[in-house]
Design a protein around this ligand. Structure first.
Ligand SMILES: [Zn+2]
Length: 117
């Protein structure tokens, strides 16, 4: 990774367009993400399976069906960071996307700027 960053830095300085590399970069990224997903899906299933949804929004269907990511999953690190996971049903997972403040007030959405609560 640092080699790659050096490479990017040099390109920046030389003003060349990294056409060929750009294509490679996207492939590397998606491979990385694919690997993360392969790790994530079985892991997350073990995490929520057999549990009850903890969000309990109006209309909650009870049994957990997925993972709510309290810090989102904008990066692979966040996607896989179980400290921020909680079992949720699909309904509630969608609910707090639509009612951000409701989720934040109850600790189901953490600000990305704050330290772990
Ligand atoms: Zn629920």
């Amino acid at each position: 990774m640092s080699d790659y960053l050096n490479y990017r830095q040099q390109l920046k300085l030389s003003g060349k367009q990294p056409k060929e590399k750009k294509r490679v970069k996207i492939q590397q990224y998606s491979k990385k993400r694919q690997r993360a997903n392969r790790e994530y899906f079985p892991k997350s299933r073990l995490f929520w399976e057999g549990k009850q949804c903890v969000i309990r929004a109006p209309g909650c269907t009870g049994a957990a069906q997925c993972v709510n990511h309290r810090k989102g999953k904008s990066s692979i690190d966040l996607l896989l960071d179980e400290r921020y996971w909680e079992p949720a049903c699909f309904h509630c997972n969608n609910y707090i996307e639509d009612h951000h403040q409701w989720g934040a007030d109850r600790g189901h959405k953490l600000s990305r700027n704050k330290k772990e609560q």
